[in-house]
Ligand binder design. Structure first.
Ligand code: GMT
Length: 389
């Protein structure tokens, strides 16, 4: 059953957003998207096992429904898909959702498929399901034969599928051998105005004004190649002005022995779970990203948006928004020699850092804006609804 009166109109939509609540790219993108949709007047209902990290439920038009588990002792592995599917049925009925937008295919797209079958059987209304692929759901899990057929089936059963880059779309077709139409909508970022001065932030992390501060934001998972990042700082050790600040969404302690081995304790500063990234990026000079796989690379876009150039590997979707020699420099994955060399060069050339940074800001704040991308999502929702699938 569909809410036909809303299908063809330009009325505000009721949208369910399902995402991971943790510090991870997909959850952050989903939270930003939901927040911007709510600001446009759409009613947005988040579903997850915890309140998403950056969600402000005090914002008008936003609500949050928590998925709860019953720790039944027979289960060695707790199951999330089943209570999530039940929650999807409940929320869809309670708020008369037009769209259920699931971020990260596993297990969200599968739970949505199950929820839709239950709703159909019970003759309850159920929204159109849009699945957004974020990266590791395809590049890692999609390659895992123990789950691949379920992922493929769940994605193909979604009413609409989007991917965050052309590179991820290509990988999805290759890995899943699917003919499902996939719409690419790049990620976006809405920079905030810093609330703390460069001086106060630098003082708080023990970095002087005349030091050259590189920054890295990530969850530190293996694909980010943190040992490469440490290797680069080791290779610039003779240049004491250069320091690295890591804003970590993961546990950095596993890398501390390597930092210690190279004697870099006073060159690498780590801050966990920072919320006000705008203050730290603004107080830095440039970003460094060493990933071997990256469907998009939100940390890079965030760094560019604050007018800081980036040194990054040419992985996945990164070259779709990072231009070599224009907003920073791109390198072969693992080429720490060239990255270190460029870092030294830039640390001595503030004019170049400044002009690359200006280009970075212009591109990030003109092409990857919430206005543009949220509009693309809304148009896509309306297209999916109109298709009646
Ligand atoms: O590995 C991460 O950074 C987390 C992961 C996730 O699913 O939360 O990030 C993926 O989605 C982000 C948002 O679309 C992208 O910016 C990241 O590039 C992507 N990660 C990978 O492809 C490894």
């Amino acid at each position: 059953m569909k809410h036909t009166q809303q299908i063809n109109s330009k009325k505000h939509l009721a949208i369910g957003i399902v995402c991971y609540p943790s510090v991870g790219g997909s959850g952050i993108v989903a939270t930003q998207l939901g927040t911007e949709l709510a600001r446009l007047g759409h009613k947005v209902h988040f579903i997850s096992y915890d309140e998403p990290f950056k969600l402000d439920t005090n914002e008008p038009n936003i609500s949050f429904d928590k998925v709860t588990f019953n720790g039944y002792e027979l289960f060695k592995y707790p199951d999330y898909t089943l209570p999530l599917a039940v929650k999807m049925v409940d929320v869809s009925r309670k708020y008369k959702l037009d769209i259920l937008h699931v971020h990260y295919a596993v297990p969200h797209a599968t739970a949505a498929l199950l929820a839709k079958s239950i709703a159909n059987e019970e003759k309850l209304p159920f929204p159109h399901v849009v699945t957004t692929l974020h990266g590791t759901d395809i590049t890692l899990l999609g390659r895992d034969k123990t789950v691949m057929p379920v992922i493929k089936y769940s994605i193909e059963s979604s009413c609409g599928v989007t991917a965050v880059s052309e590179s991820l779309k290509k990988d999805t077709v290759k890995v899943l051998k699917t003919k499902k139409e996939i719409k690419v909508i790049h990620n976006f970022y809405n920079p905030k105005i810093p609330t703390k001065s460069r001086e106060s932030i630098r003082a708080s992390v023990g970095v002087r004004d005349d030091e050259f501060l590189a920054i890295h934001l990530s969850n530190l998972r293996p694909v980010k190649r943190i040992p490469d990042l440490i290797e680069i700082i080791k290779k610039v050790k003779k240049h004491p002005r250069i320091k690295l600040l890591v804003l970590s969404g993961g546990d950095f302690s596993v890398f501390q022995p390597l930092v210690k081995k190279h004697g870099l304790e006073n060159r690498i500063i780590v801050l966990p779970r920072v919320l006000d990234i705008e203050n730290y990026i603004s107080a830095s000079d440039l970003g460094i990203y060493t990933s071997e796989e990256e469907s998009f690379g939100m940390g890079i876009l965030e760094t560019l948006a604050y007018g800081k150039p980036v040194l990054a590997t040419r992985a996945g979707g990164i070259p779709e928004f990072m231009s070599n020699a224009k907003t920073g420099f791109l390198f072969k994955i693992g080429d720490t020699d060239s990255m270190a060399q460029k870092l030294i060069e830039l640390s001595k050339n503030p004019e170049l850092v400044d002009s690359l940074g200006k280009n970075a800001k212009t591109i990030a704040q003109s092409q990857f804006t919430p206005e543009a991308k949220v509009q693309e999502y809304v148009e896509y929702y309306r297209r999916v609804i109109a298709s009646g699938k």
